[in-house]
Design a binder for this molecule. Structure first.
Ligand SMILES: CSC[C@H]1O[C@H](OP(=O)(O)O)[C@H](O)[C@@H]1O
Ligand SMILES: Nc1ncnc2[nH]cnc12
Length: 305
């Protein structure tokens, strides 16, 4: 089952990135998934080549959805339904390292989950089907390697001094309040480099839906670990949000055509397809038909009888 919108790439925009207005807007689509509606109607946009991509504003236009209430299952399910294979997500993050300055970009490869269990984080929750999905490498590593040179080039050409940091570990906290100073220092001791409130459950759900998912983390602040500096406020975050969003749009514009081709050929996006084969408990008569039907929305290979 697919809406056949002919889109292979989805973009999720975070704080500050509510549209890709450097692309041509074609239309909105708003699929109702078994997990409800996405954060906001999905924009189908075109690159100058005619390549179409799907864009979702994570917090909706006007930033009206709290991080704990983002309907991530509906967002990921809707993108899969439209035919998407690869998701390029953007997020405004705090920096836990001196060398990652506000305005810099980073490609994390690891996550520490500090959400509090209040976000639905599996498509299998409340169903009669059990799945234990591998998440040791939470991002699509081949996709990230592919992004590295391309993103670096855009940052260099922008001439605003923004650096790209790779192989970083991102802490995802529940929020919406920022961390205490003690927490911020503890995350540094744990090996955290970046912090946000949204990569979990998005990355987990993308993996369950067998989608390649990479996050471009755009640093806005130094969180609250620096001695003799004030702790982060939303006002600090806002200072860099619009320049980061502008640069994020440039990155998207530069990579999306080639990413669409790569998704079509399957070159760099092979790791995730088929991963659920080893995660889902064997079929049993005790599994409810209605649950299998629901799951067929995201995983037709395993659940369409
Ligand atoms: C506006 S500061 C905190 C807020 O910003 C980040 O959002 P996103 O990841 O969607 O860019 C962070 O995760 C928090 O939700
Ligand atoms: N310091 C911070 N903590 C959590 N999420 C953030 N998003 C941007 N800055 C952040």
């Amino acid at each position: 089952m697919s809406a056949n919108e002919n889109v292979l790439v989805g973009v999720i925009g975070g704080s500050g990135l509510y549209h890709l207005d450097n692309l041509t807007f074609i239309k909105h689509v708003n699929p109702e998934t078994p997990w409800g509606f996405p954060s906001s109607p999905i924009s189908i946009c075109a690159l100058p080549s005619g390549t179409k991509v799907a864009f979702i504003a994570r917090h909706a236009a006007g930033h009206i959805i709290n991080p704990s209430q983002v309907p991530s299952r509906a967002n990921i399910a809707a993108l899969k339904f439209l035919g998407v294979r690869a998701i390029l997500a953007f997020s405004a993050v705090g920096s836990l390292r001196e060398e990652i300055a506000p305005g810099d970009f980073a490609l994390p490869t690891q996550i520490i989950d500090r959400t509090k269990g209040i976000r639905p984080s599996s498509f299998f929750e409340d169903t009669s089907v059990v799945a234990h999905t591998g998440f040791g490498d939470p991002f699509a590593n081949k996709f990230i390697n592919w992004l590295e040179t391309r993103v670096r080039k855009v940052l260099e050409e922008s001439g605003n001094g923004a650096k790209l940091h790779t192989d970083k570990c991102i802490v995802c906290m529940e929020g919406p309040q920022f961390s205490t100073r003690a927490e911020s220092k503890m995350y540094r001791l744990w090996g955290g480099d970046l912090i946000n409130m949204s990569v979990i459950p998005e990355a987990k759900l993308a993996r369950e839906a067998e989608l390649s998912y990479a996050l471009i983390a755009t640093a806005t602040d130094y969180d609250s670990w620096r001695e003799n500096e004030s702790s982060v406020t939303a006002a600090d975050v806002f200072k860099t949000l619009s320049t980061n969003a502008e640069l994020s749009r440039k990155v998207a514009f530069a990579v999306l055509d080639e990413l669409n081709e790569a998704a079509k050929e399957g070159d760099i996006l092979t790791e995730e397809v088929g991963c659920m084969k080893f995660a889902i408990m064997p079929r049993s008569v005790a599994q409810k038909d209605e649950d299998r039907k629901k799951l067929s929305y995201i995983l037709p290979t395993y659940f369409s009888d």
